[in-house]
Design a protein around this ligand. Sequence first.
Ligand code: CDP
Length: 221
Amino acid sequence: MSTMNAPVIIAVDGPAASGKGTLARKLAAHLDYAYLDTGSLYRAVGLQVFRAGGDPENEQDALKAAEKLPDIDLSDPELKSESTGGLASKVAAIPSVRACLLDFQRNFARNPPGAKAGAILDGRDIGTVVCPDATLKLFIIADVETRAKRRVLEQYGTGASDLEFQAILDDLIQRDSRDTNRASSPLKAAKNAHLLDTTNSDIEAVFEQALALFSNRMAKA
Ligand code: CDP
């Protein structure tokens, strides 16, 4: 149970390109809460290992990059590419890398920057491991073809070829499987998470649903 002055924490988890980042950012702007895209931390570590010529599945290489996290530029556009997503999911399977990033994430949630009244974190294990006491937990899903279409649109605009679509779809399937089947903090809905399926809903509808769940939860707090 949170104390009266503890910040409100909203955990938004789900598979790749499910729409969790868009939802989390929209909620944070609406509620004036701090927002952390935890995937960007794993992406930064993966990209750093790659650029240093290391192996993202090698613990020493990955841990060295994770320990340097404060030096990594989180606004590098290459962070968003699907190939960086693949590197991220490799370093993310290494328990010592996850442990290294845990304090940063928990500290963000407990002391939201800008002295905001709440924090919203999106990722894979926020509701299960990073913030198991979160005020509200959302688990965002969508079928994989829909998710691939969204990612293709994000990365290529409307002019993508079938081959480009297929490559993104294959990458998402591989990444989901790696994230779901790893031993350390796998992608999994917390028992008390609310499942939101965005396959046939636009962002506005999902946002309204999430906001209603939030208001309901706060009314009971
Ligand atoms: O944006 P997208 O959903 O494609 O991915 P992301 O949230 O940026 O996460 C990239 C990768 O980082 C994921 O595939 C996971 O392997 C890893 N990750 C994780 O293990 N735990 C988190 N809390 C967030 C991301």
